[in-house]
Design a protein around this ligand. Structure first.
Ligand SMILES: Nc1ncnc2c1ncn2[C@@H]1O[C@H](COP(=O)(O)OP(=O)(O)OP(=O)(O)O)[C@@H](O)[C@H]1O
Ligand SMILES: [Mg+2]
Length: 338
């Protein structure tokens, strides 16, 4: 559906130097997916997203949307391809001198809708985003969450195939963010619109995305299902993002001074159903002390994470044997301190 193939974007800088904002990125995004792109500020996320509707042109490589190479289109063909791609922004970008209904109607007029069909479509789409009673208000009279709902209404009014979202919840509080993310999910499921969403927060990725690409320094350093990237992040930058979100750090006093070994254990699927820790306590005579724990729900799947201390006085062999046993019966074990 969206094929990004070895895309580079260079910006001219002062004195002939140039900045490579996007560096050889290749991604394939399936129709109907909610695809997240996560990375820190300056990673190149917005620049990459803007190549998907040719607001930015790649210096090298190609971007195909629905089989059409959008990066090569011009003029009328480009305008018509863009009408199949909606976009929403962190700061909403609404027209302040027009009402909510007029903001939405404007996008339909620009797309060449017949005059008589515009008002019913505006009413329909405002109902979908829950703003029927705000149709005649101006943006300044709305809360941030309501403004983003107008942004979404405007972006999807013309029945696009793809919705591009550039940090759609970064200007909103946590609770409002959750309602906007739920609305995006509803739009994806109800209307089948493919969503590409960029964010610097793994929590946003976790709450609605199916797949994720991690960007750092203009490159995609890792991509996969959200569950896999959370469960087994491969690149140090992804590991850092995930561990920051899971927040399983121990106070230094515990990390440095507790006797025995400290482990981080991952439980997935079947391994979550076996009493592995009480087994090792009985079989190897070790004491097990739980220091940290949580269950993350990612889509329908549960990912259990425990940080435990295993100790058996001077008997380090029993502790080693217990660690081996846990390794064999759980998804993953990381020795935090041996
Ligand atoms: N129009 C431009 N001209 C020159 N340099 C640019 C331009 N747009 C972006 N850049 C540079 O490209 C790099 C990537 O910027 P980009 O806005 O894509 O990052 P981002 O990941 O979206 O960051 P943020 O999370 O802060 O929005 C940065 O170094 C930025 O300074
Ligand atoms: Mg950005």
């Amino acid at each position: 559906m969206i094929e990004i193939d070895k895309v580079c974007v260079d910006f001219a800088g002062g004195g002939g130097a140039s900045t490579r904002a996007v560096d050889e990125v290749s991604l394939h995004i399936q129709a109907g997916d909610i695809f997240g792109i996560v990375g820190t500020s300056g990673a190149g996320k917005s620049t990459l997203l803007r190549t998907l509707n040719a607001l930015t042109r790649p210096s090298q490589g190609s971007v195909r949307v629905n089989g059409v190479e959008i990066s090569a289109l011009q003029g009328r063909e480009l305008r018509s391809a863009r009408q199949r791609i909606g976009m929403i922004f962190q700061h909403f970008n609404l027209m302040h001198t027009r009402t909510v209904a007029q903001n939405v109607a404007f996008s339909l007029k620009s797309a060449g809708w017949e005059r008589s069909k515009i008002a019913p479509r505006v009413a329909e789409i405002l109902e979908l985003v829950g703003l029927t009673d705000k149709a005649n208000r101006f943006p300044v009279q709305l809360s941030g969450g309501q403004k983003q709902r107008v942004g979404i209404a405007r972006a999807i009014a013309n029945h696009p195939d793809v919705l591009l979202c550039d940090e759609p919840t970064s200007a909103l509080d946590l609770e409002t963010s959750a309602t906007i993310l739920a609305l995006l999910k509803q739009i994806n499921q109800q209307l089948g619109i493919t969503i590409v969403l960029i964010t610097h927060e793994m929590d946003v990725i976790k709450s609605i995305c199916d797949r994720v690409a991690v960007m750092s320094g203009g490159k995609v350093v890792e991509q996969g299902t959200v569950f896999d990237v959370f469960a087994h992040p491969q690149h140090p930058f992804s590991q850092q993002l995930v561990s920051h979100t899971l927040n399983l750090t121990l106070p230094e006093r515990l990390r440095e001074h507790l006797p025995g070994q400290l482990l981080k254990i991952l439980f997935i699927g079947d391994s979550a159903e076996q009493p592995v820790l009480s087994d090792v306590a009985i079989r190897f005579g070790v004491s097990v002390n739980i220091l940290h724990g949580k269950i993350e729900y990612i889509g329908e799947r549960a990912l259990g994470i425990l940080v435990v201390q295993l100790s058996a006085g001077e008997d380090t062999q029993s502790v080693d044997a217990a660690v081996d046993h846990i390794r064999q019966h759980t998804a993953q074990v990381e020795v935090i301190r041996g």
